[in-house]
Design a binder for this molecule. Structure first.
Ligand code: FAD
Length: 526
């Protein structure tokens, strides 16, 4: 991926020194959703002054690059650790490992992420013990797997007729490809076996297929994981009216009070974390793309508190299992790099349907979160299965904020209120049945452990907290263009905007909604 010196130079070199006094569009958060606003506006409205403010540090170059693309393992571990927020949970242990991922520990922490230090579980509630965030330029998009399926059936946001056009644009921005890992060792065999068992009542794009991945193969055969750097793209990096500011925590969206059309944004208050000094930046539009927990947090801290703020929080309960494939065809396995089979692996997709309301992700080799058997194995023959469920949506499931306590950033402390309903438990049981069916088609279990339900929050797919709706009726935070009801110029972005109960990985959809919001701003400003 080409390096852009100009953007690196435009990352604030010294504390506060590089903050602009005034921009047209200020974007909070530099993950894929925030980056999609910067990219779309750079393409469609290059006359606008844009700035992205990111609470976390710059960890890779070009800004937002996935840590997997950092070749040196020590540097990669440092980048992951630097992403783990102001109070890393485990100080002494290297996080450049997946150890513990599949253990039965009640909380699991993925490299590059950090957990809530408190407030993850209300008394007598299920809570979200594994709820996690990342704080770094690129957000979680610098640590993700890159699976980018399109939503289907009831996952689709029915009131957005242009959604499929925006999804196609999101696929372009994220460099999504269904082919890039499709020829991994035995990936075709995985798909064939799954298809025979599961495709009888599936049609068209809901049949078993290679997972669309935000992964890119370079001309010399190397795999690069795409993230916010890909979304920003050269267009944004070359845009002289764009700047990106790391370690810039936005503490408040500044508003004009009560004009004839309600409130409007006028800018941001930003804490420069390098000097602990506060700055104000004027802006005509503000896009809050700070993840599903911190976007409502910033709105709350700014006095923007619509009834649905933080509510309808939903995570995707995730059941996992592992099998070993037998009777594989005899093949000579040739590596991408000619020296051995690479760690790159196939990912097959069993799409969500209303009849089978689970999103199945079937991963080979080390991409699996399940520890591999250590005996003599053909590469690609151990397969990890993950079945994600769609949660029943309820206003009671929510992130709430405290007025008398703060988190590690000095922002209002969070309390998660979350329960799995009877319907959710039934869905998890259904996922267990389905995963065993898929597993039986593929091979034999690695051991006699039954399918494991990960602790709530482990999906890392939190949605609904700033959800989109068609009317300002108390059940949504923003309109179909992602603009917050009653606050002119204030937009929200990220998985929290998704109003439907989805089981599929949400980032593609969030980026699609960000594209739509940015196109709306560009159209208004043209
Ligand atoms: P984020 O990427 O979380 O970025 C938000 C950014 O906003 C953060 O950098 C944060 O520091 C910043 N921020 C927050 N508050 C403030 C503030 N007040 N001021 C300034 N900055 C702020 N998703 C998929 O779809 N497919 C997958 O295969 C997948 N796999 C994953 C695997 C792992 C290990 C992880 C960690 C995540 C995975 N995800 C996956 C989830 C995916 O990474 C997220 O859905 C995606 O990154 C969300 O993008 P975002 O821009 O909305 O938020």
């Amino acid at each position: 991926m080409p390096r852009s010196a100009s953007t690196a130079e435009r990352i604030t070199p010294e504390a506060g020194a590089g903050f602009p006094d005034e921009v047209d569009v200020a974007i909070v958060g530099s993950g894929p959703a925030g980056a999609a606003y910067a990219r779309t506006l750079s393409e469609l409205a290059p006359h606008l002054r844009l700035a992205v403010f990111e609470a976390g540090p710059l960890i890779s170059d070009p800004p937002g690059t996935h840590v997997k693309n950092i070749v040196d393992s020590g540097e990669r571990a440092r980048a992951q650790r630097a992403s783990e927020g102001p109070r890393p949970l485990v100080e002494a242990v290297s996080t450049d490992t997946m150890d513990g991922y599949a253990s039965d520990r009640p909380r699991l922490q993925r490299p590059g992420t950090f957990l809530l230090s408190e407030g993850r579980q209300g008394s007598g509630e299920d809570g979200l013990p594994a709820a996690a965030m990342s704080s770094n330029v690129g957000g979680m998009g610098a640590h993700w797997t890159g699976a980018c399926p399109r939503p289907g059936d009831s996952e689709v946001i029915a009131f957005l007729p242009e959604l499929s056009t925006w999804l196609a644009e999101a696929e372009r921005l994220l460099h999504v490809s269904a082919e890039v890992l499709a020829d991994a060792p035995f990936a075709d065999e995985v798909r064939k076996r799954l298809s025979v068992a599961l495709d009888h009542d599936r049609v068209g794009d809901r049949q078993v297929q290679p997972m669309p991945m935000a992964v890119h193969r370079t001309p010399d055969g190397r795999l690069l994981w795409c993230g916010a750097d890909t979304v920003f793209g050269d267009v944004t990096r070359a845009n002289p009216r764009f700047s990106l500011h790391a370690e810039a925590l936005v503490t408040q969206v500044l508003l004009t009070e009560g004009g004839p059309n309600g409130r409007a944004v006028r800018g941001l208050r930003i804490r420069d974390r390098r000097t602990d000094t506060d700055h104000e930046v004027a802006a005509r539009y503000v896009v809050v793309a700070g993840d599903s927990l911190r976007t409502p947090q910033l709105l709350y801290a700014s006095g923007v508190r619509p009834a649905a703020l933080g509510r309808y929080l939903n995570d995707q309960p995730q059941v996992v299992y592992a099998v070993r494939m037998r009777d594989l065809p005899d093949r000579t396995l040739v590596a991408d790099d000619g020296v051995g089979v690479t760690a790159s692996s196939g990912v097959a997709w069993v799409p969500f349907t209303d009849a089978h309301p689970y999103h199945g992700q079937v991963m080979q080799l080390d991409a699996s979160p399940v520890p591999l058997a250590d005996d003599d194995l053909k590469p690609g023959s151990v397969v990890g299965l993950g079945w994600f469920c769609a949660k029943e949506l309820r206003a009671e499931d929510r992130v709430a904020f405290r007025d008398d306590d703060t988190d590690g950033y000095g922002m209002p402390a969070m309390d998660l209120h979350y329960r799995l309903t009877e319907a959710d438990h039934a869905a998890v049981d259904g996922a267990r049945t389905e995963i065993l069916r898929a597993a039986a088609a593929l091979g034999e279990p690695l051991d006699d452990t039954p399918p494991l339900l990960f602790p709530a929050g482990a999906s890392l797919h939190y949605q609904g907290t700033v959800r989109m709706g068609t009317a300002d009726d108390g059940t949504s935070v923003c309109d179909p263009n992602s603009q917050v009801w009653g606050v002119s110029g204030l937009f929200v972005a990220g998985n929290g905007v998704i109003p439907t109960a989805t089981a599929c990985n949400p980032t593609l959809t969030s980026v699609a909604l960000a594209v739509a919001g940015a196109r709306g701003i560009a159209a208004a400003e043209s």
